[in-house]
Design a protein around this ligand. Structure first.
Ligand code: PLP
Length: 393
């Protein structure tokens, strides 16, 4: 069968490849510690599960409006108001099948053939593929390690062309865990306003912020910036609801209407029972969100101190999300590997620790380690990595 050209160019998710190999090794009885996870290791809070069960018992098992239940849109509107002081109307919100599908739908309605989307490196693996599937062209801009892997307004200005349609800002970032400050966002937003560029602000890790750091949504900086921003968010990471598949986009009525029309022909609606769960997530107690955040922070503080002691591991301390993104080029070179991909492969095969090579995120000198797993396992994993490196020096 001859497949469509646009699909032939699709790169499968690099995060999934190593996870599949780790699973294979586990099935063969090998004691592998997986640090590849992109989801919280906690169960969904009980009151959310109960609300979903109750909804099904009440007969809420049918289609909903394509853009989501009005009650869920209202809960999202309240969340924006409480957290960011932002005012949205129902027709400025679409509920989607996870944040991933909000982004997919957005690029489909936004991009014509050859339109450029600026994607900072390191990037979340799906951005370039989704842009390409929509006929757009990813324009990569390197967030330098000295600038905490973030792009600057100056860099952005230099990359703008007449074809630039949008820029993606992901703060806190997957894979780096870094946050853009209010001032950095202001400078970036000004370039976007000057050049009429849409800002796609992926805020899926908004609730996982550590230390003294604070999350700022670029949309809250001014009414003009808000008008030119589509905020992407969801309950997957904040409420440990990855499998429920509920995300959303908020922004211009025109864009949201186009996305809703497209959704009416693709998903029909996000899963009904999950939408009821998401209403409970936003309307009910937020205590579990804070409990999970605290647990992540505790793990981060312990594991970071151990990780940076490994020879040749250079790591900025993450400010949010649940990933560490050390530059391990020096470790790979000193231990005799030709590159970090080979180093990561050997870590899995010889030390039985699965990490994600940074090459999949556009950053070939790094590896990504997720700390969405128990402290015991994390400590064992870091010990194994340390012993592996020491044994080869
Ligand atoms: N954006 C980023 C940066 C992510 O890391 C993820 C999930 O890994 C998503 C979006 C998608 O989240 P969802 O599970 O809601 O589709």
């Amino acid at each position: 069968m001859r497949l469509a050209e646009r699909v032939k160019a699709l790169t499968p998710s690099s995060t999934l490849a190593i996870t599949a190999k780790a699973k294979e090794m586990k099935a063969a009885g090998i004691d592998v510690i997986g640090l590849g996870a992109g989801e919280p290791d906690f169960n969904t809070p009980q009151h959310i599960i109960e609300a979903a069960i109750e909804a099904m018992k009440q007969g809420h098992t049918k289609y909903t409006p394509s853009g989501g239940l009005p009650a869920l849109k209202d809960a999202i509107i309240d969340k924006f108001k409480t957290d960011q002081g932002l005012e949205y109307k129902r027709n400025e919100i679409i509920v989607t099948t996870g944040a991933k599908h909000a982004l997919y739908t957005l690029f489909q309605v936004l991009l014509d053939e050859g339109d450029e989307v600026i994607i900072p490196i390191p990037y979340w693996v799906s951005y370039p593929e989704q842009v390409k599937l929509a006929g757009g062209e990813p324009i990569y801009l390197e967030g330098k390690e000295v600038n905490e892997y973030k792009i600057t307004a100056e860099q952005l200005r230099g990359a703008v062309t007449t074809k630039t349609k949008a820029v993606i800002i992901n703060s806190p970032s997957n894979p780096t865990g870094m946050l853009y400050s209010k001032q950095e966002l202001e400078e970036i937003a000004n370039v976007c306003l000057e050049n009429n560029i849409l800002i796609v602000s992926d805020e899926i890790y908004e609730k996982l912020i550590y230390g003294q750091h604070k999350h700022t949504s670029i949309a809250e900086l001014s009414p003009q910036i808000k008008e030119q921003t589509i905020v992407i968010n969801g309950v997957s990471k904040s409420h440990s609801m990855t499998g429920w598949r509920i995300g959303y986009a908020a922004g211009s009525q025109t864009v949201i209407k186009a996305m809703t029309d497209l959704a009416s022909h693709s998903t029909s609606n996000p899963t009904t029972v999950s939408q009821y769960g998401a209403i409970a997530a936003y309307k009910g107690t937020q205590d579990p969100v804070e409990e999970m955040r605290t647990a992540f922070e505790e793990r981060l503080n312990i594991i970071y101190d151990q990780l940076v002691k490994i020879p040749g591991f250079n790591c900025l301390k993450p400010q949010g999300a649940f990933y560490l993104f050390p530059n391990v080029k020096e470790a790979a070179m000193k231990t005799g590997f030709s590159d970090v991909d080979e180093f990561a492969k050997a870590l899995l095969e010889e030390a039985n620790v699965a990490v994600i090579p940074g090459s999949g995120f556009g950053s070939p000198d790094n590896i990504r380690l997720s700390y969405a797993t128990s402290l015991d396992l994390l400590e064992s994993a870091v010990n194994r990595i340390d012993e592996f490196v020491q044994s080869k020096l």
